[in-house]
Design a binder for this molecule. Structure first.
Ligand code: HEC
Length: 156
């Protein structure tokens, strides 16, 4: 094999290895978040188990079609679709949702994202404040304690 070709192959396999290790990290975070599904207790959190239970029913009715029944959303949530819009992100703690305080999350559900050029519909006419809080309680049952407390300390 000629040396030029060999070095080309080595260089490109190094590139592939880098790309793979990045995607493995993302997949690991995704798996770690998914493995906590339904395991966290509401003790020490702002919501009650009853709110979370009520929220689960609302979520399956209004949100699951886009964000998936287990809140795992779209794996490649950072990549726009062919229409230039972002797909529904995971809400299970593996993506960005935990960076927003409760008030901001409630606003997103109320207003949706269409008015900002996104794709999420507004729920202002469909869900009242209590229902929006319940659905967020259910969403947060998918967050590990680590993610929840990181969210809480950012939200102060
Ligand atoms: C038609 C698909 C669709 C439905 C139905 C939908 N969403 Fe979304 N959601 C999205 C998209 C897409 C985004 C990203 C922002 C945008 O494009 O508007 C998003 C963003 C969000 C965000 C912000 C996430 C972040 O990391 O910043 C939250 C929270 C959220 N949705 C919760 C909900 C809840 C709760 C429901 C049900 C009441 C719901 N969504 C219903 C598509 C949807």
């Amino acid at each position: 094999m000629n040396i030029k070709l060999l070095s080309l192959i080595l260089a490109s396999s190094a590139l592939i290895a880098t790309a793979c290790s990045e995607s493995t990290e993302t997949t690991d975070a995704y798996k770690a978040a998914s493995s906590t599904l339904g395991k966290t207790s509401p003790v020490g959190r702002w919501y009650t188990q009853q709110q979370a239970d009520e929220g689960g029913v609302i979520y399956q009715t209004h949100c699951a079609s886009c964000h998936k029944p287990d809140a795992s959303g779209t794996r490649n949530w950072r990549q726009t679709n062919a229409n230039g819009k972002y797909p529904a992100p995971p809400l299970n703690g593996s993506a960005h949702t935990w960076h927003h305080p409760l008030k901001g999350l409630k606003n997103t559900i109320r207003m949706g994202g269409i008015h900002l050029g996104g794709a999420m519909p507004s729920f202002n006419d469909k869900l009242d404040n209590q229902q929006i809080e319940a659905v967020l309680a259910w969403v947060q049952t998918h967050w590990s304690d680590e993610i929840y407390f990181a969210w809480q300390s950012r939200s102060k």
